[in-house]
Design a binder for this molecule. Structure first.
Ligand SMILES: NC(=O)c1ccc[n+]([C@@H]2O[C@H](COP(=O)([O-])OP(=O)(O)OC[C@H]3O[C@@H](n4cnc5c(N)ncnc54)[C@H](OP(=O)(O)O)[C@@H]3O)[C@@H](O)[C@H]2O)c1
Length: 260
């Protein structure tokens, strides 16, 4: 089965209005998939949909949705019910960098809603349909920070760890059902998310979102965990083989302290 047959005819991408999600949308359209673009900034989504339709000659639909709201699935279902969504890219996310107790509990709960609850709702809804079709794929955008306790981003890293561990288990459950799941674990990437912090003290450079999205699209069906970039993979290897969890956390605490 080729990519389009296995993961098409529609892909749904959350957080498609900028950064890594926008790149997912363009590259999946380039592979011949129709795309449903989901985010809050509808003007950006409409502009991107037009660009995608003109460039790649596929269909692009938009859904304005705030994924932290309890009923967000209703709007998505209104557009996608009756369509075969063969690929779910659960990519939207938010991050907090700073002292844990200086973030409001409202903001932390919003992050849990967006980074954990929304992917759960979307996975359940679209995953069940994929199981009936006996094919499909799910991509989560997590983070390298999900591998380690990360001071000054403790709660964010925790939300990403949840996605990693959940997907590893699901990969096993879904294998016999013809569905692939992949967790993309980017390191620093040049997007709006990283625009307001100073990461110059970090050992790795910021990657561009096109290469980050490509690594997941190339990897689905072959791997469960993907970390893009040579330096990021070196870092993962060192963290795993040369350092204890405690040492990793201490090192990242030192890096993160200088970023805000
Ligand atoms: N940039 C990095 O260094 C980095 C590293 C590791 C992992 N990641 C992960 O990569 C993913 C994409 O982030 P990015 O770097 O591409 O940043 P980004 O450019 O800021 O994109 C974030 C996307 O999420 C959407 N979003 C945010 N809040 C939302 C909400 N309440 N409801 C619906 N959509 C919402 C945004 O759209 P609207 O504002 O239009 O809603 C936007 O499209 C995130 O999960 C992030 O945690 C990023």
């Amino acid at each position: 089965m080729d990519f389009k047959e296995k993961y098409g005819p529609w892909a749904l991408i959350t957080g498609a209005s900028s950064g890594i999600g926008e790149e997912f949308a363009k590259q999946l359209a380039q592979k011949g998939l129709n795309v449903v673009l989901v985010a809050r900034r509808i003007d950006r989504l409409k502009r991107l949909a037009k660009e995608i339709e003109n460039t790649f000659k596929v269909n692009a639909e938009v859904v304005q949705a705030d994924l932290t709201k309890a009923d967000f699935l209703t709007g998505i279902k209104k557009v996608t019910d009756g369509w075969e969504v063969g690929l779910l890219v659960s990519n939207a996310g938010m991050m907090y960098i700073g002292n844990y107790f200086e973030n409001s509990i409202e903001n932390e709960l919003k992050m849990i809603d967006l980074n954990i609850k929304a992917p759960a709702i979307l996975t359940h809804h679209f995953g069940q349909r994929m199981i009936k079709r006996k094919k499909g794929g799910i991509i989560y955008t997590a983070s390298m920070l999900g591998f380690i306790g990360t001071p000054y981003s403790s709660a964010y890293a925790g939300t990403k760890a949840q996605e990693i561990v959940k997907a590893e288990g699901l990969a096993y459950e879904l294998k016999s059902k013809g569905i692939d799941i992949l967790v993309l674990n980017p390191g620093l990437t040049k997007t709006e998310m990283t625009a307001n912090n100073d990461f110059s003290g970090m050992p790795m450079k910021l990657m561009t979102p096109d290469l980050v999205a490509k690594s997941a699209i190339d990897g689905i069906g072959k791997k469960t965990l993907v970390t893009p970039g040579f330096m990021n993979n070196m870092m993962n290897w060192m963290s795993k083989h040369l350092m204890s969890r405690k040492m990793n956390t201490k090192m990242f605490g030192g890096f993160m302290k200088k970023t805000f």
